[in-house]
Design a protein around this ligand. Structure first.
Ligand code: GAP
Length: 540
């Protein structure tokens, strides 16, 4: 499928518009039109329903270590600025950063150092995060490994002076990143001031500065104690939240895929550390299944487990659910959702202060005076199990999804062109959005075959009977074949038509979008039939 066709259909049929289009548009911002708003709401409502509202707290779901509870939150977009300082977003988003495409580590550009050397005519820059003697020793070790040499061959390496900053290196093609095995894996430095700033109150001073949240997750962590104290949840339990997030993306692109304003659907699942690997596997598989149940399947959807080298050292697993979006090169996939084992990193950060990695430990980052660089809340966010009396900091599994990315993937997957007969029986190319019935913006369209003989009245009666329960659309304008086509493009799974026979025996036709099959049912059974077909959730 060519992406241009989908983008054009989205605009033509009112799924997605460019924000502020009449003023030339706003880069990285998108508006959902009349059909799009219903589709995206259905995506979010399906997520909430499947993960939270309809979750059975008493049963042990297949693959889960035990039963668990799910609850929700709706936090503000503007939070205390300290939240972002402690979480790491403030420091991380304000510096020039380089990413390693291989190890997935991110480094402050000015904190990476390294040394040039030449061996057998090849000149490379070996980078490290260490300084002084440690840095010299590490670069030496890594250079030997890179060139497949032994320690006794160290003299074969022709080093050029001391450690220098990566900022002195213009071209990264010959750079061996601090955790890389190959040259040229570092991206060019990028300024990561991704958080949108605003001012709270009348003064535009530094003290009044606040941020639009770049993720919904932190609202959950800072309310962990509130939820524990106000409800009777017990570990293991999850807190879900969906809502707007903002990132001042340097390069918004690929339709809604990378936007500056977008919605996330995030769960923070709190569990006992000893059970966290099992819960991680449960959530990874559960979330993957959610997409396949709603129609993303086949070769275009995949679960990619991060390699051990890619993992944060406190994490025992991270997986991405990825989709082969049509705007990507063949064989490439884009992230829909990440499922991360985050250990106790977040709760500890909000207790103690911003944490940094030191060797194999997470320690509070200190400033030049030896004080915490960003202080935590000082509140006790540990959990006491009232049955065993054990007190511990729960580990967190975080399934973090994007509502806009999921919506885009469902749109891409749904777009199809096939051959269908028009009203004169001639085969024509038809554009059809094969959206899962749960996601379809309109569940059924109701048509009188013609605008006379009492057919509109019967059709309106059916429309009014279904409308309180499902989004339905009444249309009496134009040839019925064209009305069907319009609904196919909108992704409407069922069309109900009142015709001449209705007036004699009270039956109507119900047409299936995907199979084109038309069956007759009594007009009084329309609501039950839609409910039945929706329940089946089938695509045809
Ligand atoms: N709390 C973890 C977190 O925010 P993330 O990978 O940065 O992790 C999670 O974001 C999900 O949010 C992504 O998998 C993606 O679906 C969505 N997302 C992130 N940035 C986005 C953007 N600029 N535009 C649209 N969706 C985005």
């Amino acid at each position: 499928m060519e992406m241009e066709k989908l983008v054009s259909l989205c605009k033509r049929r009112g799924f997605i518009f460019q924000s502020s289009e009449i003023y030339g548009g706003m880069n990285g911002c998108w508006d959902y039109g009349p059909l799009g708003v219903e589709l995206k709401r259905n995506v979010k409502e399906s997520w909430w329903r499947d993960m939270v509202a309809a979750h059975d707290d008493l049963a042990v779901p297949s693959g889960a270590p035990s039963a668990y509870e799910m609850t929700g939150l709706d936090c503000t977009i503007i939070m205390h600025p300290q939240v972002w300082k402690v979480s790491g977003h403030y420091d991380l988003f304000h510096d020039f950063m380089v990413d390693c495409r291989q190890s997935k580590h991110r480094y402050r550009h000015d904190q990476v150092r390294g040394r040039w050397l030449t061996h057998r005519g090849q000149r490379i820059f070996v980078a490290t995060e260490l300084v002084a003697d440690e840095g010299l020793a590490e670069t030496q070790q890594r250079a030997l490994k890179f060139f497949n040499l032994r320690g006794k061959d160290a003299d074969d390496l022709a080093w050029e002076g001391e450690l220098v900053s990566l900022t002195t290196v213009a071209d990264f093609a010959q750079v061996l990143g601090p955790d890389a095995k190959e040259l040229g894996t570092l991206t060019p430095p990028r300024e990561f001031n991704l958080m949108f700033e605003t001012y709270v109150g009348a003064m535009r001073s530094e003290d009044a500065k606040a941020f639009l949240r770049p993720e919904t997750a932190q609202g959950i962590f800072v309310n962990f104690k509130n939820v524990l104290d106000s409800s009777r949840v017990r570990v293991p339990f999850g807190i879900a939240q969906m809502g707007k997030s903002f990132r001042n993306e340097i390069t918004p692109r690929n339709f809604t895929f990378r936007s500056r304003e977008f919605e996330q659907m995030e769960i923070e699942f709190f569990c006992h550390p000893s059970q966290s690997p099992d819960w991680y596997r449960y959530w990874r598989d559960r979330r993957f299944r959610w997409y396949t149940d709603l129609g993303l399947a086949g070769e275009r959807l995949r679960l990619r487990e991060h390699t051990v080298e890619e993992l944060s050292h406190y994490s025992c697993g991270t997986a991405d659910i990825e989709y082969a979006f049509p705007f990507l090169a063949s064989g490439d996939f884009g992230e829909l959702e990440g499922i991360a084992h985050r250990g106790d990193f977040d709760l500890r950060s909000h207790m103690e202060g911003k944490l940094v990695r030191k060797g194999n430990e997470l320690v509070v980052e200190l400033d030049a005076e030896g004080k915490p660089r960003h202080r935590g809340s000082g509140k006790d966010l540990s959990y006491r199990d009232d049955l065993t009396n054990e007190r511990y900091i729960p580990h967190v599994i975080e399934p973090s999804a994007g509502a806009d990315r999921a919506t885009l993937a469902f749109l891409c997957e749904a777009y199809a062109e096939d051959q269908a007969p028009d009203e004169s029986g001639k085969m024509q190319t038809r554009v059809v959005m094969r959206l899962h019935p749960r996601l379809a913006p309109i569940k059924a369209a109701i048509f009188p075959l013609v605008r006379k003989d009492g057919m509109p009245e019967v059709a309106q009666e059916i429309y009014r009977a279904i409308k309180p329960h499902y989004t339905v659309f009444y249309d009496e304008k134009g040839a019925v074949g064209r009305r069907y086509r319009r609904q196919d493009e909108a992704g409407t799974p069922f069309c109900i038509t009142v015709d001449g026979q209705t007036l004699t025996d009270g039956t109507v036709t119900i047409r299936d979008r995907d199979t084109l099959e038309q069956t007759r049912i009594h007009k009084s059974e329309c609501l039950a039939e839609i409910r039945n077909r929706m329940g089946r959730g089938a695509r045809g």
